[in-house]
Design a protein around this ligand. Structure first.
Ligand SMILES: [Zn+2]
Length: 606
């Protein structure tokens, strides 16, 4: 009966109107396990303020936090739990991994925090009620019960009716346990709330699927130079490319010393210091990436860039990359999950993929190169028959800008291996004629990007029999097969563009997503034993290499896409994507290269 009286008294006290984070600043003397001694101060990690407000906002039913490790992602709900015990009591369940983990956690961390918060310490059972304070369950003097249990043990997720469910590191939970835990809260009614915290897990796991139902707020800063608001992006962290020792290995002291973060808009470089991060965080705001989500579902994401040295991150990244090149990707996986708070997928597009040079020089001929028999249209594999008139399997692709053009000449084998023969920045369409002549490329194997200077490109293509290409957002295009059935392909059927009564050219559209995925897969292999190889010469220039690292695969509004990183030039990447499109169209690569087996091997001339 006394307990009930206490509950009524608490209920009649005027609610504390201060935001939860401010209440915690006033009442939490110290965070026992924190590297920052003394009182809790939200300015040390300002992103947790909005998180803490959402945790106690009665309109919010779900809070999903995916963030880097050691950046207060568990601290925010822990501190808020103090506020809840004191101001919004109700049955609460804190879920760690196993029951043993939960017990350790309760003893070494959570209860120590409660001792540092006077309003909570006051509610702790003492004296004759001491038995109500156990490591796995605490019954507070205001009637609230808090269980601290393991999520792996399914019986912990059953029976109880819970107002406050807090689940930590959900990426490690067994499949389906998040949903089981949530059902406890549903049983409580409309006041119930689920709070999940995690580092990055795996693509499409329970944690990331849950996060996708939220408004996906991303921590951003405003550039002090140009005012542009932007997320903290790993792609904008850069270090000296020449930070290497005599043997060509990374010099990590030099890497750390030269690392800086670039504004994605004005290219101002921010030096790597706690002070810089404090200044940028002071302008911090969360921006919803999925504003159409239900207002009840709130998500927060931030990465280590707001809380940790960028130079240190660069070193971690480069060490992980070195391990990955030797076949162990686990460090790279951890970097993505723990530092960037991103889901790992087996097919991760690492945009800083390093291209290995392949032991030949630009302009050299290649004995693996295939050919097209103009009589049959068939593709012939090397060694080629002694016959004149065969068309070399060699494409010119061109990215057309306003006042200059980027060109790639690439030679292909009938099996889908390829070698870059030439690349160059040129000024006029006539320069393409020169290259076409020099490398003996057939006019119908010259492809020009018509996405930018569309009409000019159409006119030049019409004059010379070149083919226009336009990349767009469609994933596939419908083709009519011979039997009348529809075939979906990564490129469109040929469309005729009529320029005048005597001039016309042909244009194909190609899927930016699927063709660039194809290119990414081709690029990954330089070992002939592993399938078709994709090669560049020893004397390839740095501009080309840099441009090939200019885009990354990202998901926006639930859609995957290849997106330019900041304003990095990506012209050679587009040229190589057109090469992949052309090779797909000729069925040298892609699924139709296997299904149709168009390769015609010469009989060897018995
Ligand atoms: Zn700027």
């Amino acid at each position: 009966m006394n307990a009930l009286k206490d509950i009524w008294r608490e209920a009649w006290q005027p609610p504390d109107r201060r935001p939860a984070w401010q209440w915690c600043e006033d009442h939490i003397e110290a965070i026992p396990y924190s590297p920052n001694p003394g009182r809790f101060r939200s300015e040390n990690s300002p992103w947790i303020r909005e998180v803490m407000e959402a945790l106690v906002d009665p309109r919010v039913r779900l809070v999903s936090i995916i963030a880097s490790v050691q950046s207060s992602k568990t601290t925010a709900p822990e501190l808020t739990l103090c506020y809840i015990i004191s101001n919004l009591p109700g049955p609460a369940l804190w879920l760690d991994q196993t029951d043993e983990d939960a017990r350790d956690y309760s003893e070494s961390r959570m209860q120590k925090l409660f001792d540092q918060c006077e309003p909570v310490a006051r509610l702790m059972p003492t004296g004759v009620h001491r038995h109500k304070r156990k490591n796995n369950a605490i019954q507070f003097n205001n009637g609230m019960t808090l269980w601290i249990l393991g999520a792996h043990n399914k019986t912990n997720l059953q029976r109880r009716s819970i107002r406050w469910l807090i689940g930590d590191e959900t990426w490690r939970w067994p499949l389906g346990h998040m949903a089981e835990a949530e059902a406890r809260v549903t049983a409580f009614g409309w006041l119930g709330k689920c709070i999940f915290m995690s580092q990055g897990g795996e693509e499409d796991d329970d944690t990331h699927r849950k996060f996708e139902t939220t408004d996906q707020r991303e921590w951003t800063f405003a550039c002090p130079e140009c005012g542009h608001r932007q997320p903290f992006k790993w792609e904008c962290v850069e270090w000296s490319k020449s930070a290497r020792d005599e043997t060509g290995e990374w010099d990590f002291d030099e890497v750390r010393r030269t690392t800086a973060m670039r504004c994605e808009s004005c290219n101002h470089y921010f030096n790597d210091s706690d002070r810089t991060r404090r200044e940028l965080n002071a302008t911090g705001q969360f921006i919803k990436k999925n504003p159409k989500a239900s207002a009840e579902n709130v998500g927060f994401h931030w990465n280590a860039l707001c809380a940790m040295s960028w130079g240190q991150l660069a070193e971690l990244y480069l060490r992980a990359k070195a391990a990955a090149r030797k076949g162990d990707v686990s460090l790279l996986q951890q970097f993505y999950q723990k530092r960037l708070g991103l889901p790992w997928r087996e097919y991760v597009e690492d945009y800083k993929l390093e291209i290995v040079k392949s032991g030949y020089k630009r302009g050299e001929t290649w004995e693996e190169e295939g050919a097209i028999d103009p009589k049959t249209g068939k593709i012939l594999a090397a060694p080629l028959p002694e016959r004149t008139g065969l068309i070399p399997l060699r494409f010119i692709t061109v990215d057309c800008q306003m006042d200059h053009l980027f060109v790639v000449v690439r030679s292909w084998s009938a099996e889908g291996s390829s070698r870059l023969v030439w690349n160059e920045r040129i000024l006029t369409f006539t320069d393409i004629d020169v290259l076409q002549e020099r490398f003996g490329v057939h006019s119908s194997l010259v492809f020009l990007d018509a996405g930018y200077a569309t009409y000019d490109v159409y006119r030049e293509c019409a004059k010379r029999g070149w083919v226009a290409l336009i990349g767009d957002r469609r994933p596939v295009y419908a083709h009519k097969g011979r039997d009348g059935k529809t075939i979906q392909r990564f490129y469109s059927p040929r469309r005729k563009v009529v320029l005048s009564h005597r001039q016309h050219c042909h244009v194909h559209y190609w899927s930016n997503l699927n063709i660039k995925d194809t290119l990414a897969r081709l690029r990954r292999n330089q070992d002939p034993a592993q399938g078709p190889t994709w090669e560049v010469p020893d004397d390839i220039d740095d501009d080309y290499l840099a441009q090939l690292e200019s885009e990354q695969r990202v998901k926006e509004k639930g859609q995957w896409m290849w997106k330019q990183i900041g304003s990095r030039p990506n012209h050679y990447l587009d040229c190589e994507a057109e090469q992949a499109a052309a090779a797909t169209m000729l069925k040298i690569v892609g699924r139709e290269s296997i299904a149709a087996a168009p390769v015609d091997t010469p009989d060897g001339g018995q």
